[in-house]
Design a protein around this ligand. Sequence first.
Ligand SMILES: [Zn+2]
Length: 204
Amino acid sequence: MNLMNIGSLSYEEYENRTVAFHGCFSPGLLIGGFMVDLALRSLPGGALYDVICESAKCLPDAVQLLTPCSIGNGWMKILKIGRFAVTFYDKHTGDGIRVYLDTEKLQRWPEIRSWFLKLVPKHEQDTRLLMAQIKEAGCDILSTKPVLIDVARFQKKKGKPISICPQCNEAYPGEHGSICRVCAGILGYFSEADVLLPQKMLVA
Ligand SMILES: [Zn+2]
């Protein structure tokens, strides 16, 4: 029996796709593949599933590589809790399965443990050994737990009004107030020079 498949892919095929998708080798993305695979195998078929990632690192890419759930279509949510766990749940009933990297099970896999808990600086990490252990461990370092999700919390809000911001002229959710959040200075991510640009253009 070949336990090394991830979804419909062989481990090597999955590994190659992670590099193409993610831009580089990623231990978290390889482990994430086993996590997604385990979640999918643990769920009854036929239902429509949504996904919650408890980490923004690596895991969301595993979900997007192996399932139709993406950030863009809203079937995957990222909660920045920082735990390496993913939950697949029935979007109607909330019944789901949470898969997480089990720190107790890491005792048998010292190189994975040392990478995961950042026990050694990256340049001292034995990458070949780490990759070998990830492949050999597979689902051995994971645990699962049935969970019930509060689906109402994640339902899309429909029909909310859109406003045009009088300062930048761009559309934004009207519930944010009389101007958009960037012009209000709440969620600016530009350098100060750039923030001033739209106003300069309006004056000119
Ligand atoms: Zn604005």
